[in-house]
Design a protein around this ligand. Structure first.
Ligand code: DON
Length: 592
């Protein structure tokens, strides 16, 4: 039985396929739109090939051709990979606003030509008046409140993060990119099949908010359809105001005041002062040795970096390649078993490490090997609860003081992996009137009450309860891999809630252990397990024999159309770069 995804299912629903030639087919917006409009769509359970682009000069992969083109245009203007990402991200805020945008946040990993790597945290922050009780009504937690409407939004971080990325690591001004995004917002973009599906399934909730309906629905209140054009004049003004006045306009100026007034009138509690207090944080990436490589991940408030490192640590005791070669089902079974153990730790230990005690011992190799010691390659084992890492109270992270992934690399050696989001489709569904900005619903990534599942079915503990100024725990996992000389060999990440973490694991295993090209790794059917519920999820394209192999080992398998959307770049020793974008959506990999 194929059952739909918990969330963002519209976006990922049974593969809508375009017949893709080369990246050149997408070199103009018209080319792309024609492809979409020709409507070469069908549904299939076969895995589709990823789209690929090669060059030693610069490459980018995003979920939208116009965003990838904006990135390439930034490289052509003399920008580096960071400038390309900033330009692509701004364009996504116009043409892909259901996934990410100025009202959302991001986590970015940057590798510079001198080998330094940094993690820039542009995650949303809870308002000062936030409290664990804010999502309770009549003594009971109400997940609706953390998912839709004025209480669901955290203070957005994307604008501050993009400005910081541009100013600290870019080499051209971001104003041109802001203007080009503004032009696109004003002129409009053609609605793709995927966007139309998300709009249709979000329409009844968008209708509750006139400021959202007036832009995202047509004059008769119906969702725009594929092939129609959406214009966003308010968003164009917002982008131009940021270009003229910088992020101050957003955090201390007109936007902050408009947003606070609007949210207060709707029963929210975010104030202009919350905007003024917003700040990005530069954090040291988590670095793990796996085989001959260094894997760099995002530290808390991402859970991805910690749990990917944990899963790799558990796998390090196995000859993963020969297990996969002798039986792919056994290989995937092994991955699912490590997923369960890591995700059980997530549910208990993880939260914003600036607030909660997140033990560094979660990455201790002896702890991980001991966690993995109960794995049985021939059958499922029960994972009753989280583990107890060493020095759990003493050695802590951070106290030393619906989403999209995009990635770009250039000839100088800059590589950026950034995942950005407003959380579920169109965030809290509220557009701040007069600004075109869709506010996130990232407060739902907190644990609103222990044991209460969020939109992704995740449970959490006290470590991830709401607190003023705290950042909700994220699964976003931008990841970079370096070789023994510190040269970048892989950049990857994904969208898809907790499936991000398990997708990135599978990409790492496929590229590093199975030595598959990045395009094959991205296209390959995926599995997912998040410990609770105790269900193994397989994509519909997973061959029946492999599913049978998992069932023989005792897995309760649920099939879904598709799981997560990933983008990646690999770099050869020769300097050749290959970008690959996920065939599960209407994505685009392009080269300079
Ligand atoms: O940060 C997180 O973990 C979530 N807000 C990500 C949401 C997501 O990936 C939705 N996409 N399909």
């Amino acid at each position: 039985m194929i059952r739909p995804e918990l969330s963002r299912r519209e976006f990922l629903s049974k593969s809508t396929i375009r017949s893709v030639g080369s990246a050149a087919a997408f070199s103009t917006a018209a080319g792309w739109n024609n492809l979409l409009l020709r409507g070469q769509t069908h549904t299939t359970t076969d895995a589709l090939p990823a789209q690929v682009a090669h060059s030693s000069r610069g490459v980018i992969a995003t979920v939208h051709p116009l965003a990838s083109q904006a990135g390439i245009a930034a490289l052509e203007r003399g920008g580096n990979a960071i400038d390309a990402i900033v330009a692509a991200s701004l364009m996504l805020s116009v043409v892909d606003g259901h996934n990410s945008g100025l009202g959302g946040g991001c986590l970015a990993l940057v590798r510079q030509p001198d080998g330094t790597t940094v993690a820039i945290d542009g995650r949303e922050m809870a308002p000062q008046a936030a409290s664990p009780e804010m999502f309770f009504r009549d003594g009971r937690p109400d997940p609706n409140l953390s998912q839709i409407g004025p209480l669901a939004a955290g203070v957005p971080g994307l604008v501050a993060a993009l400005e910081r990325l541009s100013q600290q690591y870019g080499q051209i001004d971001w104003k041109t990119a802001l203007h080009l995004a503004a032009e696109r917002a004003e002129e409009g973009f053609i609605v793709s099949q995927g966007y139309a599906r998300v709009l249709k399934s979000s329409a009844s909730r968008l209708r509750q908010f006139p400021s959202s309906a007036s832009i995202l629905l047509d004059s008769s209140g119906q969702p725009w359809r594929a092939g129609q054009t959406i214009q966003q004049r308010d968003l164009a003004r917002t982008l131009r105001a940021i270009s003229e006045q910088g992020s101050e306009w957003f955090y201390e100026g007109e936007f902050a005041h408009k947003a606070a007034t609007f949210l207060a009138s709707a029963g929210g509690l975010m104030t202009a002062d919350d905007f003024a207090k917003y700040h990005t944080v530069q954090r040291p990436p988590i670095q793990t040795q796996y085989r001959d490589h260094s894997v760099l991940g995002f530290p808390p408030p991402s859970s991805g970096g910690v749990h990917i490192a944990q899963m790799l640590g558990m796998l390090s005791g196995y000859d993963v390649r020969s297990i996969f070669e002798s039986s792919e089902a056994e290989g995937l079974h092994l991955l699912i078993e490590v997923m369960k153990r890591a995700m059980a730790d997530r549910a208990y230990w993880l939260g914003d490490a600036d607030f909660a005690k997140v033990p560094r011992g979660l990455l201790d190799l002896d702890y991980l090997r001991q966690r993995a010691s109960s794995i049985d390659l021939s059958q499922v084992t029960e994972v009753a609860s989280h583990g107890m890492p060493p020095r759990a109270d003493l050695d802590l992270f951070g106290q030393q003081k619906h989403t999209t992934h995009l990635t770009a690399a250039d000839a100088q050696g800059n590589v950026v992996a950034i995942t950005q989001t407003v959380n579920t489709s169109f965030g809290c569904k509220m557009i701040v009137p007069g600004t075109g900005v869709v506010l996130n619903n990232e407060m739902d990534d907190f644990s609103i009450s222990p044991g209460v599942r969020n939109a992704f079915g995740l449970v959490g503990s006290a470590a991830n309860l709401v607190a003023p100024g705290k950042r909700p725990l994220s699964s976003m996992s931008p990841t970079l891999v370096l070789d023994t000389n510190g040269m970048p060999v892989l950049s990857c990440g994904a969208a898809g809630g907790p499936k991000i973490i398990t997708t990135v694991l599978q990409l790492l295993v496929r590229v590093l252990d199975l030595q598959q090209p990045i395009a094959q790794a991205i296209a390959s059917p995926r599995v997912h397990h998040q410990w609770s519920p105790d269900t193994t999820i397989c994509e519909a394209a997973m061959p029946a024999a492999i599913v049978a192999g998992l069932e023989e080992r005792g897995h309760h398998v649920d099939r879904i159309a598709s799981a997560a959307v990933a983008q990646g770049i690999t770099r050869e020793e020769t300097g050749e770069l290959t970008a690959a974008s996920d065939p599960r959506v209407e994505s685009a990999a392009l080269s300079l």
